[in-house]
Ligand binder design. Structure first.
Ligand code: UDP
Ligand code: MG
Length: 306
């Protein structure tokens, strides 16, 4: 009999956990011959999430949990979970039921057919602001081009075979990007579509700034494109500069005065702005390296029941 692990990150989800658990238990009867394992990761919740998890695990021995010392973010929660699940395959999904659990049946069938990764692709993005939609179109457009896979509607809702889980769990990078790493690891994969549902309870943890930070962080961790871009801009500036110099020199030889104080001011501002921006971009990469070599853990576990 195969074991299916259900991995769900939870941050202040006291109202969702029981509903989520019931939905998954209901599902079990619809899939022949599986055992379930639940692994909830309490990502430093400040509400009653932790107590709910402890209570649930007392009632049902299939329920395991990990609890962080503070909020470390969803990526950390997912990766700590991947390091602890024991199932033959693992489904990763949100506890707020925005990822429809009944899709697990289809995912599981595909796994039985031999697929090692089943990617959940959003057909309908649910309630998101126009601005959010635009930002994510730009970001995923860029990421897709960089890693050569269409990631525009990808999500964290996935089924992963044990071998894939082992590979992901062994990664040592500190800033993980789960959504893209599951493509990066390779293996035999297939996609299925699903519609994002409304949250059953609670509210989203994303703000504009946190989404922007998420986009920058992931772009940096998957691409050197920003560095290439500033090199190219640097070369263009250099060529323009050489052009100006030649022009000034010719004017000088022809006895014409070289004027243009405003032009000079403009050019200084433009180029120093460009230099500062470039330094900033280089700085982000250096900060990343610094973060990585400090070898601080991605998360700290306070309590667990595995
Ligand atoms: N989550 C988490 N840590 C965080 C933020 C979110 O573990 O710091 C969990 C959250 O409990 C939920 C999932 O990640 O199960 C998705 O979060 P959310 O619903 O806020 O994101 P959205 O669905 O709006 O993208
Ligand atoms: Mg959600």
């Amino acid at each position: 009999m195969a074991t299916l692990s259900i991995l769900a990150p939870c941050y202040n989800e006291e109202d969702s956990i029981t509903l989520f658990y019931n939905e998954i238990v209901k599902l079990k009867d619809k899939i022949d011959g599986i055992e379930l394992e639940f692994l909830f990761v309490d990502d430093g919740s400040t509400d009653n999430t932790y107590n709910k998890l402890v209570e649930l695990s007392r009632q049902d021995p299939r329920v395991k949990y990990i609890s962080f010392s503070r909020n470390f973010g969803k990526e950390a929660a997912l990766f700590s979970g991947l390091r602890a699940v024991t199932g033959d395959c693992t489904v990763v999904l949100d506890v707020d039921l925005q990822h429809p659990p009944e899709k697990i049946i289809e995912m599981y069938q595909l796994w039985q057919e031999g697929y090692e990764i089943v990617e959940g692709i959003k057909t309908h993005r649910g309630k998101e602001s126009i601005f959010h939609k635009m930002m994510s179109a730009v970001f995923y457009g860029m990421i897709s081009r960089i890693i050569g896979i269409d990631m525009r509607n990808s999500s964290d809702f996935k089924l992963l075979d044990k071998t894939v889980v082992t590979q992901l769990a062994a990664l040592k990078e500190r800033d993980t990007f789960f959504r893209a790493l599951s493509y990066w690891v390779g293996f035999r994969s297939i996609s299925i579509n699903y519609e994002v549902q409304d949250r059953i309870a609670g509210k989203t943890k994303w703000s504009f700034f946190s989404l922007f930070g998420y986009a920058v962080k992931n772009l940096i961790s998957f691409s050197y494109a920003p560095l290439h871009l500033i090199s190219i801009i640097g070369i263009i500036f250099l060529l323009i500069g050489i052009g100006f110099a030649i022009d000034a020199f010719i004017s000088y030889l022809m006895g014409k005065a070289v004027g243009g104080y405003p032009t000079l001011v403009f050019l200084i501002i433009l180029s120093s702005g460009g230099i500062m921006l470039s330094l900033g971009i280089v700085g982000i990469y250096i900060a990343k390296i610094y973060d990585q070599i400090k070898e601080r853990p991605q998360y700290i576990i306070k309590n667990k029941k595995e």
